[in-house]
Design a protein around this ligand. Structure first.
Ligand SMILES: *Cc1c(COP(=O)(O)O)cnc(C)c1O
Length: 399
């Protein structure tokens, strides 16, 4: 396949990447999605929007984030040279702010007063609350009671940033119920607000928009890597939950002779319920408003999933990943909890960078691969920093 015109051709006008994508929502939400799609296509081409987003990336987020050569870690393994793109140094400590700033800026250009979202572990909620505070937008974050108890520091952050954290008590009171409550509130109120989805998932136009906003990571990284080394990396790797940090990172290298690898969480093992490796073990299906490859239970509903990394435990991935998977442009592999935790300590102790447990999955694959090869370079997208994982590490490692 030729990737020269890829971003013009994918997704198509109805939001499809091959057979994946679309907008499987009721008529009310379809109208809301159509409004956002129309506005996005117009606004994203305007000089004013592009310049404002570029200025925000530089002056508020601290972009471009650097690439670091992991010299000591590479030497401890062999000849392969490992590098990381430092999204842990993006403001708020992860890549999520890249699309939240884009979505909130779009809300401002559309004349909306409020942004709405759901959050599970709270990372998306904190990034969106940050963006809302920057633009002076109201921010309603829906969160299950169970998650509110578990994620006290992120709940505090959202409140400090001025967001309303709305407790959802229905059912199991976790992410699924929060998604339902947030969508119901949005359908009632879409004239005044926009829903900000937290990854390259959900109905069209979100998989496309979030990829576009995240692609700054891949385009920066390509240029920086060439400047640093005079060549392209042999392999690029990123972890895949919903798939936003990886989609944006991979976007920069699709048209290059570079091997691209996405890493899914194998959790405790291959049994359904013990992992969240949807592209490796799932099948085609519709959930949360889009068609993709997903993990299903015996009734065809989204299956329970597990990973030590709460940012990766989602039963599907964005439609564009399902497409890249099927055409073979991206290889999807797995890393389990233990391998990720080993990589977490390796990077901390050999390089002085504490990575997010999510990002540690991508790093673990790079380390494993570096041990098998006798030359070459691997660039890993370090999607976030590990401060948020300290409680888990303290509890389980008794440091
Ligand atoms: C949320 C999160 C992820 C997973 O989300 P994607 O949409 O797959 O990128 C990965 N890393 C970090 C640090 C996160 O916060």
């Amino acid at each position: 396949m030729d990737f020269n015109n890829y971003f013009k051709e994918y997704p198509d006008i109805n939001g499809y990447f091959g057979k994946y994508g679309g907008a499987f929502v009721n008529d009310e939400l379809k109208n809301a999605m159509d409004e956002i799609t129309k506005a996005y296509f117009k606004i994203c081409k305007s000089r004013k929007f592009i310049d404002e987003l570029r200025r925000i990336r530089k002056e508020f987020q601290g972009r471009p984030t650097p690439i670091t050569h992991l010299e000591r870690l590479s030497n401890s393994i062999g000849n392969v040279q490992l590098y990381v793109k430092r999204e842990d140094l993006n403001h708020t400590g992860a890549h999520k702010l890249n699309h939240c700033m884009g979505e909130a800026l779009l809300a401002k250009y559309m004349g909306k007063k409020k942004v709405i979202a759901e959050t599970g572990a709270g990372q998306h909620g904190v990034a969106l609350a940050t963006a809302a505070a920057y633009f002076g937008l109201e921010c309603d974050i829906y969160m299950g009671s169970v998650d509110i108890k578990k994620q006290a520091p992120n709940v505090a952050r959202m409140k400090i940033l001025g967001a309303n954290v709305i407790e959802v008590k229905e059912g199991l009171a976790t992410l699924k119920e929060a998604v339902d409550a947030a969508f119901a509130a949005y359908a009632k109120d879409y004239k005044d607000c926009i829903y900000c989805i937290g990854s390259v998932v959900g109905p069209h136009p979100f998989p496309m928009m979030v990829r576009d906003f995240q692609s700054v990571v891949g385009f920066e990284a390509r240029e920086q890597f060439i400047e640093m080394t005079g060549e392209l990396p042999d392999t690029v790797v990123a972890c895949v939950g919903g798939g936003s940090n990886s989609a944006g990172f991979f976007a920069g290298f699709l048209n290059d002779p570079v091997e691209i690898v996405g890493i899914e969480p194998l959790g405790r093992g291959k049994k359904l319920g013990d992992h969240a490796a949807s592209l490796n073990y799932g099948s085609e299906g519709v959930m949360h408003g889009f068609n993709s490859i997903m993990l299903k239970d015996e009734n065809g509903d989204p299956a329970p999933v597990y990973s030590v990394a709460s940012g990766l435990d989602y039963p599907s991935s964005g439609p564009e990943h399902a497409f890249w998977h099927d055409i073979g442009r991206v290889k999807y592999d797995v890393i389990d909890d233990k391998q990720a935790l080993d990589a977490f300590f390796e990077l901390s102790r050999k390089q002085g960078i504490i990575p997010a447990i999510e990002s540690s999955h991508a790093l673990a694959y790079a380390i494993k691969r570096a041990k098998e090869l006798d030359h070459g370079s691997i660039l890993v997208n370090l999607s976030g920093r590990g401060d948020k994982d300290m409680d888990y590490i303290l509890e389980n490692y008794g440091i």
